[in-house]
Design a protein. Structure first.
Length: 467
C-alpha cells in the first residue's frame, strides 16, 4: 500500500451496554482493547501496520467481521488502530544476530577467486583453438564456445536454485539427488549445443566447449555443497597459464594442464556425490521444477551481459573486463550478505516505518556504491596486469559499471525472491545489446535504472525482510 488507509468511518460506534442511566452506568469491555491485549506481543514489535493486517487476515478475519465486531472498515484500518494503541517495544539485542546465510569476507573472496580462475583455461587453450575463419566478426571457434557457456550458465543456475531450496528445507540427501541427476544432464546439454553450433573446422573449439560444460557441472556441485576449497585445489593447475600470458608454452603442456584441472574437478564432485550420499529422507512436497526456471533465465540474461562486456576491441580489453567482473562477484556476494544481515538487525532496533525506510535506502546506496568502487579498482588492476589491454575509456568504464550494477541489483532481487522481474530486465537488456550493439550502453543503463526502482519499491517494505 502507498500511503495510509482512510480513517475509520464514524458511523459505527463502540458497543456499549447500560445497566441503568446515571452514575451506575457500566460499560462492557471494548473488543478493540481485548484484541490489542491478545495480540500485544506481535503488535509491539511490528515495524509497519501492514504486518498486523497480514496477521489479521491470516487469522481469518474478514472485512464484514471487522466492521461488525470492531467498527472499522477493513483489516488495514483495524491494523492502523492497533498500531497506534500499542506502545513500541523493540528489544535492543546485545549484538547483531548472525543470519543463517552469514558468510565471512574471506569465504566470499575465495568464491570470487574460484569464479575467475576458469578464465585461465581459455588462455591455455587459445593456441589450440585457433582457426582460419570466424563467423559474425568473431574469432574462429568463438560461436560454439559461447553457445556451450551460455547453456551451462542457464542450466546450472536453475540447478543450483533447486539444490539450495532442498538444503533450505533441511533435506541434504534430496539436494544431492538433484545434483546427481541434474549436473550430468547439464554437461550433456552444453556439449550438444556446442557441437550443434560448431562449423566445419571448429571441432577443437567444440571439444573444449564440452570440457567447459563438464567443468561447469562439477563446479556447481562443489559450490552448492560448500566445497569451495576443493574446487580451488582442482583449479591450481591452471596457474600454469600465468607464464603463458608472456611466453609461449608447448602444446602438450597446455593440454596436460587443462586435462589435469578438469579431471580433478570432476573427481572431487564425484567424491562428494559418491553412492550413498543421496540416500536418506525423501523430500516431501518439494519445490516444483518450474520454480527454478526464472533463476535459469536470470543466469542466461546475466551471462549474455557479461559476454557483451568481454567482446571488446581489442580482445585483451574485453578479457580484462570479464576478469574484473568475475573477481568482483566475491565482494558482491559479501555485500549482499551484509545487507541482508543488517536488514534483520534494523527490524529489531528501529521503531518506525519511516526510520526503517530511510535506513534501508541508505544501506542499499552504500552497498551498491561499495561494489561499484571495488569493480572499478579491479578493472584498473586487471587492465594493468593483462598484456596488451588498453586503459578503459570513460564510456567503456561506464558501460562496465552499469553491467556491474545490473548484476548486483539482480542478485539482490533474486536473494529476496523477486527473480522473475530481474530475469526479465536482464534478458531484455541483453537482447537489445545483441540486436543493436551500439545501443548496448543505453540498454544497460535503462536496465540498471529499472532494477534500482524495483529494488527500492520492494525493500523499503519491512515485511520483505522477514526471514
Amino acid at each position: 500500500m502507498s500511503g495510509s488507509p482512510p480513517p475509520p468511518p464514524p458511523a459505527v460506534a463502540r458497543p456499549r451496554h447500560e445497566r441503568a442511566p446515571g452514575a451506575g452506568t457500566r460499560l462492557a469491555p471494548d473488543p478493540l482493547d481485548e484484541l490489542a491485549d491478545r495480540l500485544g506481543g506481535f503488535v509491539a514489535v511490528a515495524v509497519h501496520p501492514d504486518e498486523i493486517a497480514a496477521l489479521l487476515e491470516s487469522d481469518g478475519m474478514t472485512d464484514d467481521h471487522i466492521r461488525l465486531t470492531y467498527g472499522r472498515a477493513d483489516s488495514f484500518a483495524l491494523a492502523e488502530d492497533l498500531y497506534a494503541r500499542v506502545e513500541r517495544r523493540h528489544p535492543e539485542p546485545q549484538a547483531p544476530p548472525a543470519p543463517p546465510w552469514h558468510t565471512g569476507l574471506a569465504g566470499c573472496l575465495l568464491r570470487g577467486l574460484v569464479f575467475a580462475l576458469p578464465g585461465l583455461a581459455h588462455v591455455l587453450a587459445a593456441p589450440l583453438l585457433a582457426g582460419e575463419h570466424g563467423r559474425y566478426g568473431l574469432p574462429a571457434g568463438t560461436v560454439p564456445l559461447l553457445a556451450g557457456a551460455v547453456t551451462g550458465w542457464m542450466w546450472n543456475q536453475a540447478l543450483a536454485h533447486r539444490a539450495y531450496t532442498w538444503l533450505g528445507l533441511g533435506d541434504r540427501p534430496a539436494a544431492a539427488r538433484a545434483l546427481l541427476t541434474g549436473a550430468p544432464a547439464g554437461a550433456l546439454a552444453g556439449t550438444a549445443v556446442a557441437l550443434a553450433a560448431a562449423a566445419p573446422g571448429e571441432t577443437p573449439a567444440a571439444v573444449f566447449a564440452a570440457g567447459q560444460s563438464l567443468y561447469l557441472a562439477a563446479a556447481t556441485v562443489l559450490l552448492v555443497l560448500g566445497r569451495e576449497r576443493a574446487l580451488l585445489h582442482a583449479l591450481l593447475p591452471l596457474a600454469g597459464a600465468v607464464p603463458a600470458l608472456r611466453w609461449d608454452l608447448p602444446g602438450p603442456l597446455r593440454g596436460v594442464l587443462l586435462i589435469t584441472s578438469l579431471t580433478a574437478a570432476v573427481t572431487f564432485a564425484a567424491l562428494v556425490l559418491r553412492p550413498g550420499t543421496g540416500r536418506g529422507a525423501r523430500g516431501r512436497g518439494g519445490p516444483p521444477l518450474t520454480a527454478s526456471l526464472p533463476y535459469g533465465l536470470f543466469g542466461l540474461g546475466s551471462g549474455l551481459l557479461v559476454l557483451h562486456a568481454g567482446l571488446g576491441d581489442p580482445p585483451a580489453g574485453g578479457a580484462a573486463a570479464v576478469l574484473a567482473l568475475t573477481l568482483s562477484m566475491g565482494p558482491a556476494e559479501w555485500l549482499l550478505h551484509r545487507f541482508r544481515g543488517g536488514s534483520l538487525h534494523r527490524l529489531h532496533t528501529l521503531t518506525t516505518a519511516r526510520a526503517f525506510r530511510r535506513s534501508v535506502t541508505g544501506a542499499l546506496a552504500l552497498c551498491l556504491g561499495g561494489y561499484l568502487t571495488v569493480l572499478s579498482a579491479l578493472t584498473f588492476a586487471a587492465t594493468a596486469l593483462w598484456p596488451g589491454a588498453p586503459w578503459p575509456t570513460g564510456p567503456r568504464l561506464l558501460t562496465l559499471l552499469l553491467i556491474g550494477a545490473v548484476l548486483w541489483l539482480g542478485l539482490l532481487l533474486q536473494a529476496f525472491g523477486a527473480v522473475l522481474g530481474a530475469a526479465a530486465v536482464c534478458l531484455l537488456a541483453a537482447a537489445a545489446a545483441t540486436a543493436a550493439p551500439a545501443a548496448g550502453p543505453a540498454a544497460t543503463g535503462g536496465a540498471a535504472a529499472v532494477l534500482a526502482a524495483l529494488t527500492c519499491a520492494l525493500l523499503i517494505r519491512p515485511t520483505a525482510h522477514r526471514p
